[in-house]
Design a protein around this ligand. Structure first.
Ligand code: AMP
Length: 558
């Protein structure tokens, strides 16, 4: 029976070095000695996941509930705890200084007990009913490190520097496989803990792709002009919707977003649309707001997101359709290593059989002038831009390479991560409406600006709740938050500036939308900011205006 204290001690040891190889070695040595069930649990918990990646359940515990439980158990006052949290930057680490050591009690909280408690917590819906279970769990922590790591796992905020890559390498090393073999198995199974189990039994070659766990999405790299895309490309309109993956087999359909969340309940009309497809398939595409073949403004889709109770009235007001542009799995055959032209051909053949399956048209462009023409047509008909895809390219999940390119309308937007939020003024007095946001510089987030305009009151209210649940420290006015919320920021120009740590500032930043579909790790980089800063558009080139026709069809443009 592996105890939480054993896992915590190992993670602490791995966290104490900045050398990836040492972290890997420490983790590999630990994983190697575990029994199968504990191996599965340890891999999940070490990556801050209370449940396997393929499991939709969540604990639903905010830092506020957790703080209440801790305050009930400890003889510290709220202010002291808050100061410790501000000092340490997180609740877990703050507990190390204040959690009492019970030297009479030898620690016995096991990973199996933790799993059982997590399952109970996920089943309970109301915070009040979760509290006693959580209290019991913390009562069993007789060592500060146990309380620290229990908190880290619950809040999914590990800060050990043991990224997924380190764990994958540790699994490979522990069980004598190569890193690419582990990566490939994880791609097929979707869950590293399950991969570790197979690896332990020397059965990694048995990993087979199964529908109904999401694959990472292939991504496009931005280009600023058609000249950056020499050669021959398959061009498609860039639709303004939500990227989605539809899995279908028998009577079952599941829709995953780019953050790999399941959104079936928000889109019953799309489940209905896919019912006519009678093959086992995994289709990649975009959910768009659409009525009678016309694409409607994106804001309509936002009304569908995050809502579970979608009534016929909501569907009538905000109708949505899934538009397919890629086929990744068909009847037992994973098509990732099949060239795009063939995947498209299979997709179109499928659509010939199932008329409710809508496929986005594409055309071949093989000169920058042709790209410019296709781009202008796409913009004139109201699309967001143009996608260019290498016809021979394979589907590389999670990769943003040169195989797919995106050419967007105006000076592109930046996807930034919210690092802090501040109360607004006037009617926004009680709401966190002023956001500080950052981009990635290697592993670090560096602030690049602040914005407060662009969101509706409802969006700000919802965001306030989210950000408060992500708060790690506050001074009563400004809340420092866990970096999880991504905002798409439009701006007029990038300027060099010493105001923010990135060395840049944005002129007239405004929030275009909340990117619920993006993870923080998918936000933009400082490198991209630098490239945009030097681009002609940033230096005052005339920018084409967007959206002349707010209701394009899929076929307008291309
Ligand atoms: P961006 O959101 O600017 O990072 O651009 C990438 C997104 O464009 C993808 O994740 C899709 O949601 C969206 N998109 C729209 N049309 C297409 C298309 N034809 N092919 C691929 N992605 C598309």
């Amino acid at each position: 029976m592996t105890r939480l204290i054993d896992l915590a001690g190992t993670l602490e040891q791995a966290a104490s070095t900045s050398r990836k190889l040492t972290k890997q070695q420490v983790m590999a040595d630990f994983l190697k000695g575990l029994a199968p069930e504990d191996l599965r649990r340890a891999v999940s918990y070490a990556s801050g996941k209370a449940f396997p990646t393929t499991d939709e359940r969540v604990l639903g515990i905010s830092s506020a509930i957790l703080t209440e439980v801790i305050l009930d158990l400890l003889s510290v006052d709220r202010l002291t705890l808050r100061q410790r949290v501000i000092h340490q930057g997180e609740i877990g680490r703050a507990l190390v200084d204040i959690w009492p050591v019970d030297s009479n009690d030898s620690s016995c909280l096991t990973l199996a007990e933790l799993e059982q408690a997590f399952e109970t917590l996920a089943d309970l819906t109301r915070p009040a009913t979760k509290k006693p279970v959580l209290t019991n769990l913390f009562k069993k922590c007789v060592h500060p490190l146990e309380a620290c790591y229990l908190t880290k796992i619950i809040l999914s905020d590990m800060r050990t520097g043991i990224k997924e890559g380190v764990l994958q390498a540790a699994v490979a090393q522990a069980f004598g496989y190569s890193f690419p073999e582990v990566l490939h198995a994880q791609l097929l199974l979707g869950d590293l803990a399950e991969v570790a189990l197979l690896a332990r039994e020397r059965r990694l070659h048995e990993a087979r792709f199964r529908l109904f766990h999401p694959l990472e999405f292939m991504l496009a790299s931005p280009i600023e002009s058609p000249q950056q895309a020499p050669g021959s490309w398959m061009a498609e309109n860039k639709l303004d919707g939500i990227r989605a993956q539809v899995h279908r087999s028998g009577e079952r359909t599941t829709i995953f977003t780019r953050t790999l969340d399941q959104i079936d309940e928000s889109f019953p009309d799309i489940l209905q649309q896919m019912r006519s497809v009678c093959d086992d398939v995994l289709i990649d595409g975009e959910i768009v707001p659409m009525r009678d073949g016309k694409i409607l403004p994106f804001s309509l889709l936002q009304k569908r997101l995050g809502r579970k109770n979608i009534t016929p009235t909501v569907i009538r007001a905000c109708p949505a359709m899934f538009v397919a542009f890629d086929l990744l799995y068909l009847k037992d055959r994973l098509l990732l290593d099949t060239p795009l032209t063939e995947r498209k051909h299979l997709l179109e053949t499928l659509a010939g059989r199932y008329p409710d399956l809508i496929v986005l048209p594409s055309s071949v462009v093989d000169h920058p002038d042709a790209i410019q023409k296709a781009f202008d047509q796409a913009i004139e008909s109201g699309h967001e831009g143009l996608m260019l895809k290498n016809p021979t390219s394979l589907y590389t999940p999670g990769r943003r390479g040169g195989q797919w390119l995106k050419l967007k309308t105006h000076l592109p937007t930046l996807d930034c991560v919210v690092t802090a939020a501040e109360y607004g003024h006037g009617k926004r007095r009680g709401l966190l409406s002023d956001y500080t946001f950052a981009v990635w510089s290697d592993d670090q987030l560096v602030n690049i600006g602040k914005a407060y305009s662009g969101l509706t009151d409802n969006e700000i209210t919802r965001l306030t709740c989210t950000l408060k649940s992500l708060a790690v420290a506050d001074n009563g006015r400004v809340f420092r938050v866990r970096p999880e919320v991504v905002l798409e920021i439009a701006f007029d120009q990038i300027l060099e500036s010493t105001r923010h740590e990135s060395g840049f500032a944005l002129r007239f930043p405004r929030i275009k939308r909340i990117r619920y579909d993006k993870k923080a790790s998918q936000a933009d980089t400082l490198e991209r900011v630098r490239a945009l800063y030097q681009s002609p558009a940033n230096r005052g080139k005339k920018i084409p205006s967007s959206m002349s026709d707010p209701q394009p069809t899929l076929f307008d443009g291309i």
